[in-house]
Design a protein around this ligand. Structure first.
Ligand code: MTE
Ligand code: MO
Length: 383
């Protein structure tokens, strides 16, 4: 693999793996704005960053179980209606390092900032598929296509040098309301190389792994993609499964993200000058479910208070309100007096009343994914 032509990156990023490049921002950066600046958006790669230098020649092929396989150039995509969707992308491995403290797990270590919220600009996949003869709101094509596979240009060792790929159900891909995008913009600028230039998939509400970067082709296939990242990774196993007794075929590829919440205004261990502190962070759920509530405790979870929630600064967030961004995180805030030594905890509840597990032990899994346990930090008031 050739890592000699990687793009420049912001020096404040914490590098979790150098080649392939995996990095996250310092946690407090995440709450300094509702939309995460591109430079501070986590970067999760499985190979060198591909180079697409001739945008005139760049095209995606749409093949498989459809009538007429077709090639679409960037201009064809740009001619379709453009949508700007604010959506949070979160790696399934977010908070993996904390899970590893219980029992070691396999995978790149991540703190709690393998997440970001961006405004993605692009064409809806439902419109693209309609253009090639697959109508809206279809679960299957006449020739038996039920899934939509996205194949990248990059090369990963997990695929033995082949491209990264993933798939989603056709019913979701052809549903305009699911807001699946072929995005060419991130925060109003052309998507940069790290995040998928010139074109990436964004599947709102799903784990980041399904949002394939550097798109090369779209295949309509009869069943879910058989690639490594669908079948041999990003599956949720029970705590009893280890590397000796694992049977990958017993579990489904993880799609939806469960409800998550993290305190970002404090480090894991803090010494503060005053007893009055502000506790801020992010909360987000998968599947388009909103955040109903964020509970904060300053006594390790014995008693709770409710945090205020917002997306756009100064406007209180109401779940299910049509003016709120359904695919995006919610920021929360509480100002309170704390005792001289305290364990501060935050947990969120989504609109389906799903809650987070109290401890990481009960959701421990050998790949270290979906650590959504209550987020805890320690604070001492000192001088
Ligand atoms: N797409 C390709 N082609 N190659 C990759 O390695 N990583 C996936 C996904 N899409 C990946 C990919 C994973 S695991 C995540 S979490 C997101 O991209 C990360 O997107 P980002 O780097 O833009 O934050
Ligand atoms: Mo990921």
């Amino acid at each position: 693999s050739d890592y000699s032509q990687e793009p420049p990156r912001h020096p404040c990023l914490q590098i979790n793996a150098k080649e392939p490049f995996n990095a996250e921002p310092p946690r407090p950066v995440l709450i300094s704005s509702y939309v995460t600046p591109v430079d501070f958006f986590y970067k999760r790669n499985h190979g060198p960053i591909p180079i697409v230098d001739d945008i005139e020649k760049y095209c995606i092929s749409i093949t498989g179980l459809i009538g007429n396989p077709k090639k679409l150039f960037m201009n064809d995509i740009l001619k379709l209606a453009k949508y700007n969707i604010t959506a949070t992308l979160q790696c399934a491995g977010n908070r993996r390092t904390a899970m590893s403290k219980i029992r070691k797990v396999k995978g790149v270590g991540w703190g709690a900032a393998a997440i970001g919220n961006a405004v993605w600009g692009g064409a809806k996949l439902a419109d693209v598929l309609e253009l090639v003869g697959v109508p809206k709101l279809t679960g299957t094509t006449p020739s038996g296509g039920k899934h939509v596979e996205f194949v990248s240009i990059d090369k990963c060792k997990e695929e033995n040098g082949g491209p990264y790929k993933a798939s989603i159900p056709l019913s979701q891909a052809t549903n305009p309301e699911a807001d699946v995008l072929l995005a060419y913009e991130m925060n109003g600028e052309p998507i940069n190389r790290d995040h998928g230039y010139p074109l990436r998939v964004v599947v709102p509400g799903f784990i980041g792994a399904r949002s394939v970067k550097w798109l090369e082709s779209i295949n309509i296939i009869p069943e879910e993609c058989q690639g490594f990242f669908m079948q041999k990774d990003y599956k949720m196993f029970p705590p009893s499964v280890n590397w000796d007794n694992i049977n990958w075929s017993t579990r489904r590829p993880q799609m939806d993200f469960p409800v998550q919440c993290v305190i970002c205004s404090l480090e894991d261990v803090n010494v503060v000058k005053h007893g009055e502190i502000t506790i801020k962070g992010y909360a987000v759920s998968g599947g388009g479910r909103g955040i109903e509530r964020v509970d904060v405790s300053i006594d390790g979870g014995k008693t709770w208070m409710e945090a205020s929630r917002y997306q756009k600064t100064g406007i209180p967030y109401i779940s299910d309100d049509t003016s709120s961004d359904k695919w995006a995180w919610v920021l929360f805030e509480v100002t309170t007096d704390i005792p001289s030594i305290s364990e501060i905890v935050a947990k969120a509840v989504d609109t389906a009343a799903n809650v987070q597990p109290e401890n990481v032990e009960v959701i421990w899994n050998l790949r270290g994914i979906l650590n959504t346990s209550w987020h805890r930090v320690h604070v001492r008031v000192g001088h």
